[in-house]
Design a binder for this molecule. Structure first.
Ligand code: UD1
Length: 373
């Protein structure tokens, strides 16, 4: 039995690491399977890719498609063409895709059309916002997947409502949290950027097209950052897309002149260490909403919706628009919730999701699928 595991972009690397580890740990009791890792090359910079492999101990990929950047159609098409060839060569029994990036959808479609079974890890998340490329990727990937691994019961309910057979859906927990738990102690040993003191700074990550490709929204977010930075020093690892847009909008120098420290994107361990010791996070990322929930760090998410509502219901997450007054209000709410201890850890976010996934896959094998939501 051959499993092809796919990873393309930064958040994917964090999710596949524990799955590869769980496969490796099952090898001594079950040796009738092989696992190969395919990197699509959607992210290719050292800071966005290689450093993650190193930090997370992910083995060198067996294949790198090297697709690189492009428009959504170009990137998706390049992944599909490349991955179809890989499937033809390797003839896997299962393709495992994670998350919601372009590589996730592209590989799921290419594999399924070749009659190869597809497992989707982190299925069923829905923001209801079709202007997000990730939402399109999610709704295209889930219905064609043979096994759907969900991080919470809300995601399982979403799939049930969409008519997905419940026998294909497995509530396993969250592989991103598996990785966090395995690496937190090491992350806390990384040094903080000079001058920052534990719990005395905020972390900013903004990279979504909806925020950074609109000069008006980007300017409003920057105005907020300048305001917050008067009370709390901010550190901002800048995604390449954001850097380009800040520069094009003439906003880069404004931030550089204020106590907003702009730094290069960080790899996994220093970034987790930075977030874990911060007082507040301001972000538009998906995964960071989950990581801050586990770490108990107040999180303000600059988005009108989230595909991860459990982080608002049980965790530390507060959504906000881009207007400075809204962001300020959300910061107050998030800090207040923290001080009142109003958050808990979601069910099964216990560091064992990848083991559950791999055990289910090995059980499913070549036979008819079995499972419960
Ligand atoms: C992708 C995912 C997003 C995820 C994010 C994490 C999709 C649709 N989006 O967005 O869900 O939150 O990754 O980072 O798949 N670039 C570089 N070097 C790189 C990679 C990208 O400079 O290694 C630049 C290029 O100019 C590129 C742009 O960043 O065009 C965007 O990269 P892309 O992979 O298309 O999407 P992300 O915005 O990173």
């Amino acid at each position: 039995m051959l499993f092809l595991v796919v990873a393309g972009a930064r958040p994917n690397f964090i999710k596949v690491a524990p799955i590869l580890e769980a496969f490796a740990s099952r090898r001594c009791v079950h040796n009738g399977f092989e696992v190969r890792l395919v990197h699509t090359g959607q992210h290719y910079d050292r800071a966005m890719s290689d450093d993650f492999f190193r930090d997370l101990g992910i083995p060198e990929p067996d294949v790198n498609l090297g697709v690189g950047s492009g428009s959504h159609a170009e990137q998706t098409a390049r992944v599909m063409v490349g991955f179809e060839k890989v499937c033809a060569e390797y003839r896997p029994d299962w393709v495992i895709v994670v998350g919601d990036v372009n590589s996730t959808m592209a590989c799921a479609i290419a594999a399924k059309k070749l009659g190869i079974r597809v497992a989707h890890v982190e299925a069923g998340l829905r923001s209801g916002d079709m202007s997000m490329p990730e939402e399109i990727n999610r709704v295209c990937t889930d219905p064609i997947s043979d096994l759907l691994f969900v991080t919470d019961r809300i995601a399982a309910d979403n799939l049930r409502r969409e008519g997905v057979d419940v026998n294909r859906v497995h509530f396993v927990g969250n592989t991103m949290i598996d990785t966090l738990q395995r690496n937190l102690q090491r992350a806390l040993c990384t040094s903080l950027p000079e001058g920052l003191e534990v719990h005395q700074y905020g972390v900013v990550t903004i990279h979504r097209p909806a925020n950074v490709d609109s000069p008006v929204k980007l300017a409003a977010i920057c105005e907020s950052l300048l305001e917050i930075a008067e009370m709390l020093p901010l550190v901002f690892p800048v995604h390449p897309r954001t850097k380009a847009q800040l520069s094009a909008a003439g906003l880069l120098h404004k931030l550089l002149d204020a106590p907003v420290r702009l730094i290069e994107p960080l790899s996994y361990l220093p970034f987790l260490g930075l977030v874990a010791r911060s007082k507040l996070v301001l972000t538009d990322s998906g995964g960071i909403q989950e990581e801050t929930t586990i770490l108990g760090v107040p999180c303000v998410t600059v988005r009108p919706n989230t595909e991860r509502p459990i982080t608002c219901i049980e965790g530390t997450n507060v959504l906000t628009g881009t207007a400075p007054a809204e962001i300020k209000e959300a910061v107050i709410v998030a800090l207040d919730r923290k001080s009142k201890g109003q958050h808990s850890i979601p069910e099964k976010w216990d560091g064992r999701a990848a083991e559950r996934i791999v055990d289910t896959l090995l059980r499913a094998g070549n036979s008819a699928l079995c499972g419960t939501a």
